[in-house]
Design a protein around this ligand. Structure first.
Ligand SMILES: Cc1ncc(COP(=O)(O)O)c(C=O)c1O
Length: 392
């Protein structure tokens, strides 16, 4: 299935940074701007129309995680959702001073936890194994009555490792009473993986639209019914006072349309991507004997993220060689790819600094085709051949 409006001169393999908006999303955004431009808080018909658009999108987000629409709060994206979950919880539970996370979280969680450590919180950073997985038992062992929050991501954004969120959530649920709140950063798994917030014992879950062919600058936080949060922004009381500010109606409309795409064919698309990922991984490992795969080869990994190191080369050098051949990738996460530093995620796996520097992430989407994978492998081999002289 080719992207309906993609000029095929580029092979876009950087979908974990962002995805191309789907035509259905562009249509929903445009229509909301042309016809749904009223303020959802207005009491006249234009207001009601915008309110209906926001409500339909809220229901679509809720369906994707088996939540109730009343538990979904729109935000400006995954970063805000994560910050709201973390700081909103800690302001509500000021007497609890321990918080728990992993060493491979996205910067929007990691930087918040590091800041909280500086301000006196007892922060437990749970280490991962060589495939990037946290041990759920270790997370549960660190919980004390003084623990306010546990934040663990669903899919690691650089290497694709799936974290045992269900096990952690169910373990925390069994603690009853004064258990800490459980927060999942689900930005890299939302809509593509099956998520059941109730069955998993989740209190807070962050999602973002632009990773699933929706618009940038819109996301949501799931907040379990009964869980209270202190807002970060005070104002007109929108989103039941949890997130004041006039709603981004066009963005929210696009988010709803993006969720709808996956409702019809999620399982089939995931099966297709699992097959494509296997072809990409096997193709690279078969042709480049010293390539180092980070994260799991088959099981326990999101079927759309592949992360390799090519020892002796810099990731950025390979990225540009691929770009010349029309293949767009990234050297790690979009947020860290402009810094000339080894990826902290790859270092957290216990890899050497040189391996962390020579890292390239290929990430696929519902529009990636078998041809894209074939061309990517060929372009990579050509690039590595041409860069032989550059090897350090
Ligand atoms: C795991 C993860 N969390 C959070 C974010 C931030 O989301 P947003 O770009 O919507 O702020 C990202 C984006 O790269 C991500 O990959």
């Amino acid at each position: 299935m080719a992207a309906p409006h993609t000029a095929k001169e580029i092979i876009y393999m950087d979908n974990s940074s962002t995805t191309r908006p789907a035509p259905e999303v562009v249509k929903a955004v445009t229509s909301a701007m042309e016809e749904g431009w009223g303020n959802p808080s207005s009491l006249h018909k234009l207001g009601s129309k915008s309110q209906a658009i926001v409500r339909a999108a809220r229901q679509a987000v809720a369906r994707a995680i088996s939540a109730d629409e009343s538990e979904v709060y729109f935000t400006s994206g995954g970063t805000e959702a994560n910050n709201l979950a973390i700081f909103g919880t800690l302001r509500t539970l000021p007497d609890r001073k321990r918080i728990i996370t992993s060493t491979v979280e996205h910067p929007s969680v990691m930087a918040a936890y590091e800041y909280l450590k500086e301000t006196g919180y007892d922060v437990r950073f749970i280490r991962v194994d060589s495939l990037g997985r946290v041990d759920p038992e270790e997370v549960l062992r660190e919980v004390t009555p003084d623990t306010a929050l546990v934040s663990i991501m669903l899919v690691q954004n650089e290497i694709g490792t799936l974290q045992p969120c269900r096990e952690i959530g169910r373990g925390l649920m069994s603690m009853g009473g004064k258990r800490p709140r459980f927060h999942i950063d689900a930005v890299q798994g939302f809509a593509r993986l099956s998520i059941d917030v109730r069955e998993w014992g989740v209190d807070l879950l962050s999602v973002s639209a632009h990773k699933i062919h929706g618009p940038k600058g819109v996301g949501a936080l799931y907040v379990r019914k009964g869980v209270s949060l202190t807002p970060l922004a005070f104002g007109g009381g929108q989103e039941k006072g949890v997130r004041s500010g006039t709603e981004n109606v066009p963005g929210i409309a696009g988010f709803g349309a993006a969720c709808a795409l996956w409702e019809t064919d999620r399982e089939e698309t995931m099966r297709r991507l699992t097959d494509l990922r296997a072809k990409l991984v096997d193709g690279i490992l078969g042709a480049v004997p010293d390539a180092v795969l980070h994260g799991p080869r088959r099981e326990g990994v999101a079927p759309y993220i592949v992360h390799f190191s090519f020892p002796g080369l810099r990731g950025e050098t390979i990225l540009h060689a691929l770009e010349e051949r029309g293949v767009y990738v990234s050297t790690g996460s979009a947020c860290s790819s402009h810094k000339d530093k080894p990826s902290p995620v790859v270092l957290a796996l216990g890899r050497k600094e040189e391996e962390a520097l020579g890292a390239i992430r290929f990430s696929m989407s519902r529009y990636t085709t078998e041809d894209d994978v074939r061309i990517t492998i060929a372009a990579l081999l050509e690039s590595l051949q041409s860069l032989k002289a550059w090897r350090r």
